[in-house]
Design a protein. Structure first.
Length: 310
């Protein structure tokens, strides 16, 4: 159960919630706040960020199978916002003194790249589109659709093989900034696609017999997209996630609390852990400060705040 598996599919690592999260496989890094000034307050009252959901489906009618319904997609975005806003009366609420309201909200894009009004959902029947097989990764799905990352966060939701259900949940690229630990994120290289990939059975809420059925995969991956690391980051007690208000830990955290590096219990309820969807309800203030830093200092992420798609 506590083994870390690396699933390498065509050279791409996927995030498993009980196992790997992509973003961070590669390295062993270091962590510490090294003189980076993180501005904890939003530029405005609330940051609004446009997202487009590319539904890459198997050809079903809308609402069936992998061609997810509008309701399921809208509910997923609502969950994402409940979590990011720590909204009272929802699963995303916590009263932990270290927990915070990120003041970040996600909005389904109201306009496509040509300026036509849309509902934020872009449906593509993958069975009638020919693409090169690049594996299960952002670059592969970007062949179906990839919109300007200064105007949209691209979220692809697509079915993965049944054998990966409840294991391969999603993955996200991360932003390149001066934040310590940035090298632990999955950083797109020149020409690589930037965005979030979610296995369609884990997108939104459902009654599947699986720990990842309440839409928290997207919350976790969006944390990476905005520069937040796993609490154990490089698996090092001294250098972990560069957040002083998350208990230091040097190995993956999921579901079962244990004593971390500094004698305190690790946070199984943190969204950046690999805990079950029903257990998670918290971003810490320092994690939120990293997101705000990214929104302020990363050119593409910053541009989202004034996107015409809003
Ligand atoms: Zn992760």
């Amino acid at each position: 159960m506590n083994t870390q598996l690396n699933l390498n599919i065509n050279n791409i690592l996927f995030t498993f919630k009980s196992f790997i999260c992509l973003s961070i496989l590669v390295m062993l890094a270091s962590c510490e706040k090294e003189g980076i000034e993180i501005n904890p307050s939003p530029i405005n009252n609330v940051y609004k960020i446009p997202v487009v959901i590319h539904v890459i489906h198997n050809g079903e009618i809308v609402g069936e199978g992998t061609n997810l319904s509008v309701e399921r997609i809208e509910r997923q975005i609502e969950i994402l916002n409940e979590d990011f806003r720590r909204k009272e009366g929802t699963r995303g609420y916590n009263n932990n003194p270290n927990g915070g309201d990120s003041k970040i909200e996600f909005v389904l894009a109201k306009q496509d790249p040509e300026g036509n009004p849309i509902n934020g959902i872009n449906r593509i029947n993958k069975s009638i589109v020919n693409v090169t097989d690049l594996g299960y990764n952002q670059n592969h799905y970007a062949q179906y659709a990839y919109w300007n990352t200064s105007n949209y966060i691209n979220i692809w939701t697509t079915p993965l093989p049944e054998s990966t259900e409840c294991l391969v949940l999603g993955s996200s690229t991360g932003p390149e900034t001066n934040l310590p630990g940035t090298q632990l994120l999955l950083l797109p290289q020149d020409g690589d696609a930037d965005g979030v990939l979610i296995n369609s059975i884990h997108f939104g809420e459902s009654d599947i017999a699986c720990h990842a059925r309440f839409g928290r995969t997207l919350t976790h991956e969006m944390g990476h997209y905005l520069g937040v690391l796993h609490p154990w980051a490089g698996n090092d007690c001294e250098f972990n996630d560069y957040c002083d208000d998350t208990p230091a830990v040097d190995k993956p955290v999921y579901n079962i609390a244990f004593v971390g590096c500094e004698g305190e219990l690790v946070a199984v309820n943190n969204y950046m852990s690999w805990s079950d969807d029903e257990l998670m309800n918290m971003f810490s203030k320092d994690q939120i400060a990293r997101m705000h830093y990214v929104l302020k200092h990363h050119q593409g992420r910053h541009a989202l705040l004034s996107s015409s798609a809003l």
